[in-house]
Ligand binder design. Structure first.
Ligand SMILES: Nc1ncnc2c1ncn2[C@@H]1O[C@H](COP(=O)(O)OP(=O)(O)OP(=O)(O)O)[C@@H](O)[C@H]1O
Ligand SMILES: [Mg+2]
Length: 239
């Protein structure tokens, strides 16, 4: 199992942002976390990465206990946060070097992987400009590059395709499939229902709880709806 979460609860004051969530992500699958704004997706991911402390339940990521072994988890996981955290004063290339060194990679490996990733992410023309001058979508591409840089077995992506144009979005998804083909595990959040159709299994998260979990087409069949959008709306409306 790449990730296993048992009865996880995380509150902010009176608000249970994650409310008794249990789920397992298998090795080698693309697992989607689908939910509306404020449903707890980012909070759950921050618990997985050991960024937030949680008051109830247990988490194992890549056979490491969180929070106890969170540093090991972070070293072995590629993470693309929802709030892009690239250094504005550094160029995309320098950001890769900075994060690559944090992951403990040597400079020649970083340069070689940066060349490959920037070609895929169509960032070659922008590689040495100040990141301050990048567009929003270009920033997200750099952020995805950073997540893929350590060539990790587990990749956690928090809404990676928001603000990304349709062509690149398609290329992102093709690349996720390719990574899966190499045996990598991907956890991805989205609130875009047709994206969620492309995952192996999806968990529908609403108000901190997982209300449905399974293969997208099985879930649609079980609920007698013809699209994930209808499923989403049905559960979100609480009917
Ligand atoms: N640091 C925080 N302090 C207090 N409340 C928070 C904090 N972070 C999140 N929340 C609250 O927890 C709930 C879940 O937020 P979270 O960011 O996990 O949602 P999300 O599913 O990622 O939403 P989105 O799709 O908008 O990214 C929201 O009601 C939010 O206001
Ligand atoms: Mg979020």
């Amino acid at each position: 199992m790449a990730i296993s979460v048992e009865d996880l609860t995380k509150s902010f004051g009176d608000l249970k942002a994650v409310d008794g969530v249990s789920l397992s992500v298998h090795r080698g699958e693309i697992f989607g976390l689908l939910g509306p704004n404020g449903s707890g997706k980012t909070t759950l991911i921050h618990c997985l990465m050991g960024i937030y402390r949680f008051e109830g339940g247990s988490i194992r990521v890549l056979d490491h206990e969180v929070p106890g072994q969170k540093l090991e988890v972070r070293r072995r996981t590629g993470f693309m946060p929802q709030e892009i955290s690239i250094y504005q004063d550094l160029s995309p290339e320098e950001n890769m070097l900075f994060y690559g060194r944090l992951y403990g990679l040597d400079d020649s490996t970083i340069r070689e992987r940066t060349d490959r990733l920037f070609e895929f992410l169509d960032l070659e023309e922008k590689r040495s400009v100040s990141s301050r001058t990048l567009s929003g979508g270009q920033r997200r591409r750099v952020s995805l590059g950073i997540a893929l840089l350590p060539d990790p077995d587990l990749i956690i992506l928090d809404e990676p395709t928001v603000g990304v144009d349709p062509l690149l979005r398609k290329q992102f998804w093709d690349h996720f499939q390719e990574l899966k083909g190499q045996g990598k595990t991907i956890l991805i959040t989205t609130h875009i229902t047709d994206e969620a159709l492309r995952v192996d299994r999806v968990a529908l998260m609403i108000r901190g709880k997982i209300l449905a979990l399974g293969r997208p087409r099985d879930l649609m069949e079980q609920e007698g709806v013809s699209s994930l959008e209808d499923l989403f709306l049905r559960f979100e409306g609480g009917t």
